[in-house]
Design a protein around this ligand. Sequence first.
Ligand SMILES: NCc1[nH]cc(CCC(=O)O)c1CC(=O)O
Length: 328
Amino acid sequence: MSGTQTQRAAVRFGTRGSLLARTQSGQVADAFAAATGREVELVEIRTEGDASSAPLASMGGAGVFVGALREALLEGRVDVAVHSLKDLPTAPAEGLQVAAVPPREDPRDVLVARDGMTLGELPVGSVVGTGSPRRVSQIHALGLGLELVGVRGNVDTRINKVASGELDGVVLAHAGLSRLGRAPEATELLDPIQVLPAPGQGALAVECRADDPLAEELRTHLDDPRTRAAVTAERAVLAGLEAGCSAPVGALAEVVEGEDGEELWVRAVALSHDGAVAVRRSGSGPTQDAGRVGHDLATEMLGEGAAELMQDDETGPHGHPTPSEAVT
Ligand SMILES: NCc1[nH]cc(CCC(=O)O)c1CC(=O)O
C-alpha cells in the first residue's frame, strides 16, 4: 500500500459485539476501504441490550442497542456507527446524521423449521419461536393453530433451539441469516402478502457526526438512493402511526419502474396483538416524496382505526401475555 494512505488515521467503525453486528459492520467498513483506499478499524462497543437478557421492552425497547454506539460517536471514540436500520428509533439523533444507507438485503422474514417444513406444513400446536409482536400477530392471523413463544438471543442461539428440538421452528430476518452465510438453513421465505417485514428490515444505517466531512465520503461510496427512499417511506409509516419498534406494524416499500419513471410502492399493516384484526393498506408516489408517501399511508391507516387496534389489551387469545420483548 502507498505511504499516503498510512499518513491518515484509520476510520474507526463502531460496532456492537454480536457476530451479526461485527459481520455487517465489517462488511460496510471493507466496502468503504475498497472504495476509498482508506484504512479502517472496527471498534467494539458493548451495549445494554447485549449485556442483559431482560425483556427489551423493560429497557426502553430497541433503542438500547443504539444508545451506546451513538454515545461513542458523539464522544469521538469512533467515527462511524453501523446500525441495523430497523433497530434505529425514527426520531433523528441530535448531533448525528445517517450519512449512508447501503443497498438492502432481502427484507423478508424467514422460517427455520424442523424437517424442512413451511409454516403451513407444521402440525397444529407446533411451537414456533419469535419475540416480535409484529411476527406473532401476523402469524396468528394466518390461523394455523401454531403456538408462538418468545425467544431472544443471537441467530445461533435461536436456530439451535430448533436443532435441539426445543422448538419446531423460529422466525427471523433473512438479512441476518444471509449476512452470516446461513441463508440456506431457511425452510421458507415468508411472502410479504402474509407477513410484512419490519420497517427498515434488511437495511443498514451508516451514521456519523453531523459536522464531520467524512459524511460526504460515506454517502458517495456507500449510499443507495433507492434503498434510502424505501426505508424513508417505511419509517414514515411507523412514525405516522406513532408506533414504536416493538409495535405490531409491518411495512415494505419498493422502487418500481412506473410510466413516468421511478415510483415508490408501499404496503403496510397494523394489527391487534392477537392478530385477530388488522388494517392493511398500500400507497404509491414519487420516490423523492418518500417521507410524504409513507406519512399519508399512516394517516389513512389511522382513519381506519390502526391506533386503537394496536392499543388492544396486550394479552393473547388464551390470556397469555404476548411477548413484546424483542425488537424485530
Ligand atoms: N431483532 C434484532 C435484529 N435487528 C436486525 C436483525 C436482522 C438484520 C436486519 O433486519 O437488517 C435482527 C434479527 C432478526 O430480526 O432476526
